[in-house]
Design a protein around this ligand. Sequence first.
Ligand code: SF4
Ligand code: SF4
Ligand code: FES
Length: 491
Amino acid sequence: MIPIHTRVFRWNPATEDEGRMVAYEVSVHEGARVLDVLQSIHDDIDPSLSFRSSCKAGQCGSCAVLVDGEPKLACMTEASDGMEIKPLNLPVIQDLTVDLIPGINQIPRISADTGTGLPAHEEIQAIKPLRDCIECFSCISVCPACDVTAFTGPAAMRGFMRIALDPRDSTNRIGKAIEDGLFTCTSCGKCFEVCPKNIRIPGKAIEKLREIANKAGLTLPRHQEVEKLVQTTGRSVPREKLTFLEQVGEVIEPEGEVRGEVGFFVGCMFNGRLPDTALDMLYVMRKNGIRVIIPPEQVCCGSPLIRTGQTSYINTLRETNKNCFSKRGITTVMTMCAGCGATLKNDYPDKPFVVKDVTEVLTGYGIIPTQKLPVIATYHDPCHLLRGQGISEEPRSLLIPAVQEFIEMPSICCGSGGGVRSGVPEEAAALGENRREAIRKTGADIVVTVCPFCEYHIQEHTDRPVKNLLTVLREGYEAMESSGRESTDDK
Ligand code: SF4
Ligand code: SF4
Ligand code: FES
């Protein structure tokens, strides 16, 4: 037997004003699950501890709790010494037991007598991943859209799509899905990250439902405007000033020895709205011996259209982008926009090159250390970098040595993705305000990120400067150069 120390949330709203964390020590067998620990507390210490379980095999979904802040099935998660156990972020009935009824009632159920026969083999295969849901509601408890809107949540959207694929039910429910918040999803990917059944709700349900909405002429007007802009200009951001592509040549040679070479996919935001940040990236690449090739005929990656279900023009964009890099023999395409990177990596099948985020390129080659900037910095994880590309260590390993002090803040969506900033601005603003509070709590002087959408959006919701990591690195190199100049002048 091994000892496990844990802190468990206790609250009976019927008799207590607020909950508290209570420390327990129990002895459990090696490899015990979180559920074994809860059962031991219940059986040996306090029989009033309230929690749910049924199948004890990851099949019923009833035992989901937060373990160290992340939703887990208690019956499938190994207990660890020092763990904290809290209820899901849903209305608490008592202790770890939350109210599942609203979530259950919001999931659409199939009306099998309205359709036209049984599903074909391919239809069963398509439905199967969406049918695996065990209604644990881990996804609802972490969904940022559920936090600030009346969105019924990812599990319900999964249900709508599951029915849409099933010929036994021909009820048209797209209007109801929109009413329930289909366009409030920010594509943050958190629901997929926590789902114990690995259901890819953003890609397999929400984007597909948005495609159905598009075919029915129900795409939001602001999203339709973006599609028109892409079709007429190749870009999702209008030209307001000299663009990045208009300012640079096709090949940017580094200072000194060439240590590497990448093709650069600029993306619409850096090209049209934040070209100076992309120029900061070129400065850092030149300093570190990396040649950058920039095909001028590249266009929008298609992310704003895919996320909003407007997919009729996507193949044209994909082919233009694939061809412009492949015809130059480029084997590594570098992105510095998290959304473009996730799209090129995940939504461009059969591409003849590898796609890397700028932070992967820089950590891969290694960089000359910068002078530390005299600031306290925090870092905002862009959802499409953290969950879309699985990148969290690389930006931190570049940022931490470049600043005097680094403070973490929780990784939560800022609200700018999935077409929400343009389509549901009040939701984007509410999520931006949540970031304001998280930033304030860190006490940091600056916020650093590596996504132009996050950078632009968060800056509207904080008084601290929001800087791209590449700008921080450029400033570090410039500080090094000027202090070198000063010490030379002193001699
Ligand atoms: S992707 Fe994010 S916003 Fe969309 S349903 Fe999942 S958790 Fe909610
Ligand atoms: S979709 Fe996944 S996380 Fe959401 S309720 Fe179903 S099983 Fe749980
Ligand atoms: S007890 Fe059924 S999923 Fe955990």
